[in-house]
Every structure is written in C-alpha cells, then in structure tokens.
Design a protein around this ligand. Structure first.
Ligand code: HEM
Length: 390
C-alpha cells in the first residue's frame, strides 16, 4: 500500500506537516482517497496548476458548492467570477484600506482588550483575536448590528461546510443551520440596501456596474457573501493567533520584535502566515488529462493544492519548519494563487498589525499560561485556545 493510501483525515487534522513533507519527497502529485481528492504538495506544481488553462476552479465537487450554494466567487471563472468579485474587492484595495483601517479596528481592539485588561490572564484566541477579526470584517462589509459572539458562531458554523470533503451529514447540518441564521439577517438587510444603497460591499454586490434602478437578486450574491463572511471573519484572527504562538515559542524573536516593531512586525506577520497557513488548500479540477511532474492527473479529477505544504517546500526555504521572523522576505502562498487570489489580503494584514500593536503596548510581557496550545485542522488551521498570562 502506498503512503498516500495510509493517510487518514484525523492525522491531517492533528498535524499535517510531517505528512506533507513525506508527500513532497515521495508522492508530490497523488490521490488521497481519505480526502476524496488528489493532493499537490510542492511549490512549483501548485504554481503551475494555478496558472494552467488545463485546470479550472469551476467544480461540482468543491464542498463550498453544497455548503454555500452557486454561483459563488470561488467556483466561477471569467466574466461571472469578475462580476461577483467586483462587488467586494474595491473596498479592500490597499489605498482604500489605509483610509479606514485604523478608525475601524483600533476601537474594536481596545474594547476587547478592556474586558480582560486587569484580569492577569485570558484566552487570546476567543477573547481577542477572533472577536476583533469577526467584528472588523462584519462592520466593514455592511453587517452593522450583529454582535461578536453571533459572528464567531457564524464563521465556526460556516467552516464546517467549507471543509466537508468527507460529506459528513453532521457537519452539513451545522453549516445549513448557520446559513439559515445568516440569511434571516441578510435578506431584510439586502431588501433595504436595494432601495437605499450605501458604501458597503454588501450594497455594492447588489448594485455595482448595473444600470440605475436594477439590482442583482439575493440568490446571485448570497453564496459569495457567505464565503466572504467565513474567510474574512475567521482568517485574520487565526493568522494573528498562529503568529503569536510562534513568537511565544521563540522568546528571543519576540524580544527583538518588540524592540524594533515598525521594521519587524510586517515581516513577522508574513512569517506567521507562511509558517502556519490559516487556509491550507485550494481546489482545482483537471479539464483534460494533464501531466504534472510526470504524473497524469485524469480529466475531471479534483486536486487540492496545498498552500500550507508549498510554504514549507525545502527547495524554496532553508529549515522551512522553523518559525523565523528574520528570514529574508520572500512570497508565500497563504493568500492563494492565480485569479482567485485573496481579495482581503491588505485588510487582513493591516488588521493583524493593529491588533498586535494594541496588545503589545498594553501587555509587553505576555507568556503561555499552560504551555504551547494544541492546533487542529488542515484546510483551516489554528490553535484551539491561546491561554496566556498578561
Ligand atoms: C489572514 C487572513 C486571510 C487569509 C490567509 C486568506 C486566504 C485566502 C485564500 C488562500 C484564498 C484563495 C482560496 C482559493 O483559491 O480557493 C482567499 C480568497 C478570498 N478571500 Fe481571503 N484570506 C484572508 C482574509 C480575507 C479577508 C479579511 C477577506 C475580506 C474581504 C477575504 C476575502 C476573500 C475573498 C472574497 C476570496 C475569494 C476570491 C476569489 O475567489 O476571487 N479574505 N483568501
């Protein structure tokens, strides 16, 4: 039996990195039946697949279709994809983000901090990073009145659908219930925005590049709203938490970062994202039989391009498993590749920076309360908790 056939989803959930390392060496393009798809684990193969006309993002097998509906931004291409992306992306371009990010995120971060500031300890994942991430995205996107605990429940529920490669009915049910809860709030909101547009991405998704007086239907945009809520609310918080774990495990690096925050923080953010990619994979499908690194990927095959593995490819980085904020800057894949490259990269990085600056200014001596946390996940990866003393 080949190594790939021995892989279980539970092993991937617990710690996928040794599995990816072995696949990169022995079976870089291979079927992994436990995940119902093929895996591509090397940097150069993923780069090739993302740019190749022989692979498409359009897929009947992607879990996001069942979970969130179609058409959606992730599994469309060409004009249909551009139309869906056009409603979201302008609000998150670097110059726009620079105009509003401080006034949006700093008050949210300071309010979250105030709740545990004098307590001496907290779980920074659930009490700080996740609420900041969820509230910042929701407020920027047009959901003005939904509280942090509801938003956190939303992205945790949505993620169960997005990662449901194994078609587990329990996961599907959690996601369906979350979608119903979101729709109950989104539909009346969209009805109001159809009549009275505003500057939010939610409003733009309804109106952008359409003749005056016409709008898209909720059915056309809601699947992409759900996808953006999931990634946009979940990932910046998880990226920040992953980075802080790296820093707390490497006190020398943490000390040098605090001594030179302006220069080292942007680098540290990228190193944290490289080290543990919050979104580990993207799905592509072969349009025809296509050879990649000498292996034929048969027509119709769904192939999971594993960014989390490409980010640790030893042909690109020395000691790739080691977290090291002093590495020479080099592009990683954590925001994706090709036409579906993350629309929220600048927003996410700026938000993580503010959240960490607020935290470090108030609590420069953070340390693990009970040792390094347990991580879970391969499609999405983050610590389960981040208990610290302040
Ligand atoms: C650290 C935080 C984030 C990470 C690591 C991340 C990562 C990614 C990745 C890997 C993709 C490509 C997925 C694929 O091709 O299947 C993606 C797409 C996307 N991201 Fe992010 N993301 C982050 C934050 C955000 C935020 C804050 C937003 C809010 C606007 C956002 C919105 C999107 C959208 C709309 C797409 C779909 C783009 C398309 O299909 O054209 N992301 N993201």
């Amino acid at each position: 039996m080949s190594f790939a056939q021995t892989i279980h989803v539970e092993d991937l959930e617990r710690d996928p990195f040794p599995i990816y390392a072995r696949l990169r060496t022995e079976q870089p393009i291979v079927e992994v039946s436990a995940a119902n798809c093929w895996f591509a684990t090397r940097w150069r193969d993923i780069e090739l697949i993302a740019r190749s006309p022989d692979f498409t993002a359009v897929s009947d097998d992607a879990p996001v279709n069942d979970a969130f509906g179609r058409p959606n931004i992730l599994t469309t291409e060409g004009a249909e994809h551009a139309e869906l992306r056009g409603g979201i992306e302008p609000h998150y371009r670097p110059k726009r983000v620079a105009d509003y990010i401080e006034t949006l995120v700093r008050p949210i971060a300071e309010a979250q901090l105030a709740a545990f500031h004098h307590s001496g300890s907290t779980d920074l994942l659930t009490q700080y990073f996740e609420p900041i991430s969820a509230l910042s995205l929701a407020r920027s996107f047009g959901f003005d009145d939904v509280d942090a605990s509801t938003l956190r429940r939303w992205f945790h529920g949505l993620s169960q659908g997005a990662i449901n490669f194994e078609k587990d009915p329990a996961r599907a049910a959690i996601c369906a219930q979350t979608v119903a809860e979101i729709d109950a709030i989104a539909l009346p909101l969209l009805e109001r925005l159809a009549k009275s547009p505003n500057q939010s991405p939610l409003s733009h998704m309804l109106h952008s590049s359409l003749p005056h007086g016409t709008t898209r239907s909720p059915e056309q945009i809601l699947p992409s709203v759900r996808i953006t809520l999931l990634g946009g609310m979940q990932e910046p918080g998880h990226g920040a938490a992953n980075l802080l774990v790296g820093l707390l495990q490497a006190p020398d690096q943490f000390a040098s970062l605090r001594g030179d925050l302006d220069r080292l923080l942007p680098r540290a953010i990228d190193e944290g994202l490289r080290w543990i990619a919050p979104i580990g994979t993207m799905m592509r499908t072969a349009i025809r039989d296509t050879e990649v690194s000498g292996i034929t990927v048969p027509k119709g095959t769904p192939i999971s391009c594993i960014f989390a593995s490409a980010n640790r490819d030893e042909t690109r980085w020395d000691n790739p498993d080691v977290f090291n904020i002093h590495r020479a800057p080099k592009a990683h894949m954590s925001f994706g590749q090709g036409a579906h490259f993350c629309a929220g990269k600048w927003f996410a990085k700026a938000q993580i920076e503010i959240a960490l600056r607020v935290l470090f200014a108030a609590h420069p001596q953070i340390a693990f309360a009970d040792g390094p946390p347990e991580f879970r996940g391969w499609e999405f990866r983050a610590p389960l908790h981040l208990n610290v003393t302040l």
